[in-house]
Write a protein that binds this ligand. Structure first.
Ligand code: RB5
Length: 151
């Protein structure tokens, strides 16, 4: 069965979302586009929260968000337990976000990277496994309850 990957943006990320959708489909994923459906001005939390909720509840393994800087969407997503949303503007950042931080949400800064860069970053993030080891403990400590128990 195809892995379902939800994607969402605001108006600033809309065009990149269309491109990322095509790339994910071509890679064989079942893309769930959570909107928006046009580039009309919108509020990024309205689209970021529903995606992050799916990842937080374990309904999907991972998702992709886009806004102008990537920052607003990352703030939104990272408020959800078990979500580790990484803004990545190069494939190397995406690789490290997977290897060291087990990032389960990729956030693309649509106004600062090209569509080609976005796809290259996406592919790296999709293909790079978490390294585990010493990073496992650190990632566990991100969740507040675990951090309080273990420090
Ligand atoms: C929209 O103008 C812009 O503020 C938004 O896309 C994002 O960059 C917010 O963090």
């Amino acid at each position: 069965m195809k892995e379902r990957i939800p994607i969402a943006s605001d108006h600033a990320g809309f065009e990149m979302k269309e491109n990322i959708s095509k790339a994910l489909t071509a890679l064989g994923f079942d893309v769930q586009d959570l909107g928006p459906s046009s580039p009309v001005s919108t509020d990024y939390p309205d689209y970021g929260h529903p995606l992050a909720e799916q990842v937080s509840k374990g309904e999907v393994k991972r998702g992709v968000l886009m806004c102008g800087t990537g920052l607003g969407m990352s703030y939104v997503a990272n408020r959800h337990p078990h979500v580790r949303a990484a803004v990545a503007w190069t494939p190397e950042i995406a690789s490290l976000a997977r290897k060291h931080n087990d990032a389960n949400v990729l956030v693309l800064p649509a106004r600062f990277i090209s569509d080609e860069d976005g796809v290259a970053i996406l592919k790296t993030w999709l293909d790079t496994p978490f390294e585990g080891g010493r990073h496992e403990r650190r990632v566990e400590k991100i969740e507040l309850e675990e951090a309080r128990e273990n420090t």
